[in-house]
Design a protein around this ligand. Structure first.
Ligand code: ZN
Length: 192
């Protein structure tokens, strides 16, 4: 989830390029019932953020080459999402070793996200960290006191910390817009 956030020692830059994907994420194939995870191509950073807001792990690395992306999807068992036709001609994709879905590049990002969830018959899940895809854990106000502006600390009761990047989030006005979009996407999926 995005929501408001404040990171220690850095300015808030929600659309900044992501840091390289954390290599310590667990292999999803170890958990048969785990929801699918996604690997987005270098043009689909916005989609990755939205898939995380909808509760899915979605890797995105700015400028990643097609070959590296396909290899990553093969290694992690992630479903490859791409708007790049030549990528679908790669051997591992053609052979079905990597599951892949073509995503229309110029569609609005929430439409892309709805398209992906519909294609795999997935539901909207509890949000994950929009920045890295980590799980969000409720954090007591006392634990986030130094990381949240005083006004927000007073105004909101629930705070969350990302278990992976340690970012702190709360349900401010930005989150309200995301939550409205989550509900709209859930409504569209229910109508399928
Ligand atoms: Zn995070």
């Amino acid at each position: 989830m995005g929501g408001e956030r404040r990171e220690r020692g850095s300015s808030d830059a929600p659309h900044a390029p992501h840091a390289p994907h954390a290599p310590d994420t667990p292999d999803p194939r170890a958990e048969a019932d785990a929801p699918p995870r996604f690997a987005c191509d270098a043009m689909l950073g916005g989609l990755a953020r939205w898939l995380r807001a909808l509760g899915y792990e979605a890797a995105f690395e700015h400028g990643i080459e097609d070959a590296a992306l396909v290899a990553r999807a093969a290694d992690t068992g992630a479903i490859l999402l791409s708007s790049d036709r030549p990528l679908f001609e790669r051997r591992a994709v053609r052979a079905g070793e990597v599951r892949a879905l073509f995503v229309p590049r110029h569609a609005p990002v929430h439409e892309q996200a709805t398209f992906v969830l519909r294609a795999f018959e997935l539901d909207v899940r509890p949000p994950r960290c929009m920045r890295c895809g980590g799980a969000l854990v409720e954090a007591p106000r006392e634990d986030v006191r130094d990381e949240v502006p005083p006004r927000s600390l007073r105004a909101y009761a629930l705070f969350y910390r990302c278990a992976r990047c340690r970012g702190v989030f709360w349900h401010g006005t930005h989150w309200a817009r995301i939550e409205a979009e989550r509900l709209e996407i859930a409504r569209q999926l229910a109508a399928r």
